[in-house]
Design a protein around this ligand. Structure first.
Ligand SMILES: C[S@@+](CC[C@H](N)C(=O)[O-])C[C@H]1O[C@@H](n2cnc3c(N)ncnc32)[C@H](O)[C@@H]1O
Length: 362
């Protein structure tokens, strides 16, 4: 079947490489933030249970040119909905629209919803219930300029980037999926020692420790949308999890922050994640603990007491250059302030900020 997955815009190549490693697919970029590939129901379970850089996994049902509501409705009616939804299951349609059209997203939801009900009734004689609050099956309709894509969400309302271990938050946290992508960029594996000297509540070190020991960042998550989909076998998640447990590798990961309360919160998150990390309270301007690679999300908020970022960046980079590390992968809003040559940059938008992941050989 045709599958789609969403990720952070700008990090599609990393998400595609991870998808290939996990399920042996060769995804291509469908549109910004979306990758497309062929797969089966096992792949749906594997990616939801294990992916570190994906937000959602979807089954593509329609992917074609359609510029009018009639064309969108016709394309949807041709989908054999009864193959994907059982009579009695409730449905909802969530639509997004990008570009200039003579209709809005609510119109798309109405037309697609009606066509889904019609297709199902033609095949079964039954009318599917609609439940916009707690549906069994969510159809996602995307109208992007002249292209219409309709897909079934196999992940659910909670994106995979919302890790169950993050019980303590930070005013400026990095998305765990972005942290995982940074570790991929750093080529961190089970034999690499990793340090994050600005660790906040520990997202990068926890992702590093889980990845190094082959454990899923969503191991504690109990609910995925695919569990209600009739074409995914019952018990597939339990079976998958039973067959894929962690390795014995003892990760070598250090997290440090100058703020004691952050380090305390990071320890709590790591305890929930059952991630083995060494935590320190330290000032990254004077000391970067020894490691092969430094992977970090640099302070950026010039309205806080960090003041001018220039001296902080300068002193941190001098401390990194003096450390044992031979590579720095840093997320920053001010790559221009890094007094080091950047080998590769990944630029993207994170919320309201334009950010860069800078990959630097030391
Ligand atoms: C952008 S936040 C990191 C957030 C983190 N990635 C997370 O997900 O929680 C930057 C962190 O740098 C810390 N920090 C600021 N100046 C520091 C310094 N000189 N040495 C070490 N940590 C510092 C702040 O306390 C803050 O937690």
């Amino acid at each position: 079947m045709d599958l789609l997955a969403t990720t952070t815009r700008g990090l599609e190549s990393i998400a595609a490489a991870e998808t290939d490693r996990l399920v042996g697919a060769s995804p291509h970029v469908h549109h910004p933030g979306w990758i497309a590939f062929e797969g089966d129901t096992e792949d749906i379970v594997t990616l939801n249970a294990r992916a570190r850089t994906l937000n959602r996994v979807l089954v593509s049902l329609v992917d074609q040119s359609a510029t009018t509501l009639d064309a969108i409705g016709d394309a949807t009616e041709s989908v054999p909905v009864a193959d994907y939804v059982d009579s009695g299951q409730s449905i909802a349609v969530e639509s997004t629209r990008i570009g200039t059209h003579e209709f809005g997203s609510p119109d798309v939801s109405d037309v697609v919803g009606q066509a889904i009900l019609d297709s199902h009734r033609r095949a079964t004689g039954d009318r599917l219930p609609v439940d916009l609050d707690d549906p069994d099956v969510v159809f996602r309709a995307v109208v992007r300029h002249d292209r219409f894509t309709l897909a079934i969400d196999t992940t659910g309302p909670v994106s995979l980037h919302r890790r169950p271990y993050r019980v303590r938050d930070h005013p400026a946290p990095v998305k765990p999926t972005i942290a995982a992508a940074m570790l991929d960029i750093a080529d961190a594996d089970a034999t690499t020692t990793v340090v994050d000297p600005f660790c906040g509540v520990g997202t990068v070190p926890i992702e590093a420790a889980l990845a190094a020991s082959g454990r899923s960042p969503n191991a504690a998550r109990e609910t995925f949308a695919f569990q209600s989909l009739p074409f995914v076998p019952d018990g597939a998640l339990v079976e998958y999890r039973a067959g894929h447990e962690s390795s014995d590798a003892e990760p070598m990961v250090v997290g440090a922050d100058s703020d004691r309360s952050c380090v305390r919160a990071a320890r709590e998150n790591a305890a929930v994640a059952d991630a083995s990390v060494e935590w320190l309270t330290a000032d990254a301007r004077s000391h970067v603990p020894a490691a092969d690679v430094v992977v970090t999300d640099l302070p950026f908020d010039i309205r806080t007491d960090h003041g001018d970022l220039r001296p902080l960046y300068r002193e941190f980079c001098a401390a990194v250059a003096d450390s044992a590390a031979d590579r720095l992968v840093a997320l920053t809003v001010r790559p221009d302030l890094l007094p080091l040559d950047i080998d590769r940059s990944y630029e993207f938008r994170d919320g309201r900020l334009d950010v860069t992941i800078a990959d630097i050989s030391l």
